[in-house]
Design a protein around this ligand. Structure first.
Ligand code: ADP
Ligand code: F6P
Length: 324
């Protein structure tokens, strides 16, 4: 028989993402509406180990659905990878009466949730990352906002790039995943996208393409470079020297992680937050919520972590075709 859940804890972990607040709000209010108690845990697993735990009421999540960042704050906590600290965290949960935890973060955070589940604390993971690099889901909290932020910034750079007939290299976030770069590539009509998944690109071919496009009368050349490829400034110098086209590099950086979440991030994060509470009430544990084929679904964390995801080849191909 399913263990009855009376008190739910909620934490955010890893890199923050716009929409995390909407998810926290939904967890708190869905739980309260079902007669459960809610405890907020500050600073991810680091705060759990420090017992930074406080009671949450409906008013504690007022005025946050529209705000980026996370009111619970977040952290990376390396010691949580060790069994000794995982056991300590499970004991702390028991001491505070927490029998279920919602963990909002990425794959690393889910591994922490998996360990807590094995130690008897029911856990549900929600995919929170701007990188969209969680295999079991087509949507992650924050990606939509981040990609729109980057797109708007790139539109502005495109204006000045065209006026000056320059090549612009714009570096977007994504150390291990090129989804933001690919989406901006299509949304901004970029001439080139450089992705960590396609790291063996040919720079000489890129130089030739720039020279050819100038001959065809193109007034700018936009290159979206993912953080995982990096080195945008030195690349700009080499391209300018090889093509004769003035080239500037811009690194968008952490602005992509902040800002008011889009409607999509607010609605999907809210739905996922509420669903996490429903799953805990059904006695489920070691699950991660995802969005697939138009539906919100949940997977076993072990299975979710074993899934693979790759850059969609068709979108990558058309990105080039549409910018000739
Ligand atoms: P993300 O959750 O965005 O993937 P990280 O990979 O930085 O971000 O992981 C966030 C946190 O999750 C880590 O700082 C650590 O506390 C915890 N974590 C990561 N990997 C593990 C693991 N193998 N076992 C337990 N906890 C982990
Ligand atoms: O995972 C989200 C992300 O923003 C990545 O795109 C980026 O590589 C990384 O986090 C940056 O992390 P930090 O906040 O430690 O600079």
């Amino acid at each position: 028989m399913a263990k009855e859940v009376k008190t739910i804890g909620v934490l955010t972990s890893g890199g923050d993402a716009p929409g995390m607040n909407a998810a926290v709000r939904a967890v708190v209010r869905q739980a309260l509406s079902k007669g459960l108690k809610v405890k907020g845990i500050k600073r991810g697993y680091a705060g759990l180990l420090q017992e930074e735990i406080f009671d949450m009421e409906a008013k504690d999540v007022s005025d946050i659905i529209n705000r980026g960042g996370t009111i619970l704050q977040t952290a990376r906590c390396l010691e949580f990878k060790e069994l000794e600290y995982q056991k300590k965290a499970a004991e702390i949960c028991k001491k505070h009466g927490i029998d279920g935890i919602v963990v909002i973060g990425g794959d690393g955070s889910f591994q922490g949730a998996q360990k807590l589940a094995a130690l008897g604390i029911n856990t549900i993971g929600l995919p929170g990352t701007i990188d969209l690099d969680i295999a079991c889901t087509e949507y992650t909290i924050g990606f939509d906002t981040a990609v729109n932020t980057a797109m708007e910034a790139i539109d502005k750079i495109r204006d000045t790039s065209t006026s000056h007939e320059r090549c612009s290299i714009i570096e977007v976030m994504g150390r291990g995943a090129g989804y933001i770069a690919l989406w901006c590539g299509i949304a901004n009509g970029a001439e080139e996208v450089l992705l960590p998944e396609k790291y063996d690109f040919d720079e000489q071919k890129l130089v030739n393409n720039i020279i050819e496009s100038r001959k065809r009368g193109k007034q700018h050349y936009i290159i979206i470079n993912a953080e995982g490829i990096g080195h945008s400034a030195s690349m700009a110098k080499r391209i300018e020297a090889a093509t004769g086209m003035e080239t500037r590099a811009t690194i968008l950086g952490h602005m992509q992680r902040g800002g008011n979440p889009t409607a999509k991030d607010r609605v999907y994060a809210s739905t996922m937050g509420a669903l996490a509470v429903d799953l805990l009430c059904e006695g489920k544990s070691n699950r991660v919520v995802g969005y697939r084929h138009g539906e919100f679904v949940d997977f076993d964390i072990d299975e979710a972590l074993a899934m693979q995801k790759s850059i969609p080849e068709y979108e990558y191909e058309i990105c080039h075709n549409l910018s000739i």
